[in-house]
Design a protein around this ligand. Structure first.
Ligand SMILES: [Zn+2]
Length: 170
């Protein structure tokens, strides 16, 4: 068993030993969703004040609203959330490359067949050159989407990995 697997076994034993929240409802109690980056330096529950059972937390590379759309629709239409908090962050890896760079790396590491699969799957890595602009763009994208009701409250934020602070942008 890998060290990572041993870690999860140890954490599970300790977490479950004092676990008392087995009766939470499936729909998030506070009816909101947080969309943030998968960056390892972000602890959404701690940094954004999310109690267990209160909110959906959707994570992907760069907190992309486009990539998260499937989960957002499920969260809102099937599980009743009606507010979106979008949080990108300083030092995001998505600021450091463009699509051509990513395709080159995939080709070098995984070969031409992998590049063909990327193209067939129409995968865009969705990098962005300007952090604040990317927050505006993703909030605008969600507001314009017919898949997100007009009644949904949407805000955009930037988490600072340097300070632990989260500041509202829009
Ligand atoms: Zn990031």
């Amino acid at each position: 068993m890998s060290a990572i697997q041993q870690n999860i076994e140890a954490a599970s034993a300790s977490y479950s030993a004092s676990f008392t929240k087995g009766d939470l409802e499936l729909p998030p109690a506070r009816k909101y969703l947080v969309l943030t980056c998968m960056d390892a330096r972000i602890d959404p529950a701690q940094a954004f004040g999310i109690e267990l059972g209160d909110a959906h937390v959707i994570r992907n590379a760069g907190a992309s609203a486009l990539e998260a759309l499937r989960s957002i629709i499920i969260s809102q239409q099937l599980l009743g959330t009606n507010e979106i908090v979008l949080v990108k962050h300083t030092g995001c890896g998505m600021l450091t490359f463009n699509n051509d760079d990513a395709f080159d790396i995939v080709e070098r590491n995984l070969g031409q067949a992998a590049v063909e699969e990327l193209k067939e799957s129409k995968i865009d890595f969705l990098p962005f050159p300007d952090l604040e602009q990317a927050v505006y763009n993703d909030v605008a994208f969600l507001k314009a989407s017919t898949l997100v009701p007009d009644s949904v409250e949407i805000s955009g934020w930037i988490y600072e990995v340097e300070t632990g602070r989260t500041n509202r942008v829009v």
